[in-house]
Design a protein. Structure first.
Length: 277
């Protein structure tokens, strides 16, 4: 059951609650949107789903209806209490916690999980990146985020949205924007458009393990730190002309022209060459 806009307001008021701007709370109040998210999550019997930001449980119910086992994570203590009344009896496990700080391995164990989430702008990028870096149990994600964030997560080299975050996602996973969500389906209505991004973890990182994530992303951040400059300038002191040649990367290129594999070649060239010392 998805509550209408008026019903959502009434349910919140009945529990002495209101949307909290500090937590970026925008509740989905459209049944079609909730069903679409559950369908795009592509989960069913035997699947384990962790939902972040469960709110009043509208999406939680739709996920439960697929037959999946659902763990709902909610940072707001008041909403977590409502979820314990509304969806715990339906089979959901409710966890009151901050997704940015929680012990994910303890929560997820050794099972394979799909994450579904409606993420506020200030949480989306660091959370997705942290989960890709640190929580391999999560094999797939379907996240609803601000449209610009969605475009950055899924951007391809050469596009305006492509940046260091895009490289991070591409290192661990494949990603695509799979739908747009209008502001009219939320309470309160946000001032931005939202979009759905599907992220699927690769069987292995896109760059061979002779290049560590730490060295790769340090170089990527340096390159995108001055993204309008040619790499020979933005990476001056880090990569020599000889190392560019060794990596088959044009020193006149800009950071957004390199895919994750090319960034890996640059790292490898720096390690091979004594000039990197």
């Amino acid at each position: 059951m998805t509550l209408s806009r008026a019903e959502t307001s009434e349910r919140l008021a009945a529990h002495g609650l209101a949307p909290r701007r500090s937590l970026g709370q925008n509740f989905v109040v459209d049944a079609n949107t909730v069903r679409r998210i559950a369908r795009l999550a592509a989960v069913g019997d035997g699947d384990h789903v962790v939902e972040i930001g469960a709110g009043l449980g509208a999406l939680t119910r739709a996920l439960l209806e697929t037959g999946a086992t659902v763990t709902a994570v909610e940072i707001d203590r008041g909403l977590a209490a409502v979820l314990n009344v509304e969806v715990a009896p339906l089979g959901a496990t409710v966890v009151h916690a901050d997704a940015l700080k929680m012990d994910w391995p303890m929560l997820l164990g050794d099972k394979r999980w799909t994450l579904v989430a409606n993420l506020p702008y200030n949480v989306a990028t660091p959370l997705v990146c942290d989960l890709l870096d640190q929580v391999p149990q999560i094999e797939r994600m379907l996240v609803m985020v601000q449209r610009e964030v969605a475009e950055r997560l899924a951007a391809a080299p050469g596009s305006a949205a492509y940046g260091a975050v895009s490289v991070k996602v591409a290192y661990w996973a494949t990603a695509a924007v799979v739908g747009k969500v209008p502001a009219t389906v939320f309470l309160p209505r946000p001032n931005v458009e939202s979009a759905l991004v599907a992220i699927t973890r690769r069987a292995g990182a896109a760059v061979a393990d002779d290049v560590t994530p730490t060295e790769l992303f340090a170089l990527v951040r340096a390159g995108f730190g001055q993204r309008r400059k040619m790499l020979r300038r933005s990476l001056a002191g880090l990569v020599t002309i000889e190392q560019f040649a060794d990596a088959d990367v044009r020193p006149e290129a800009r950071a957004e022209e390199l895919d994750v594999v090319a960034w890996g070649r640059l790292c490898r060239a720096r390690r091979r060459s004594p000039l990197a010392r």
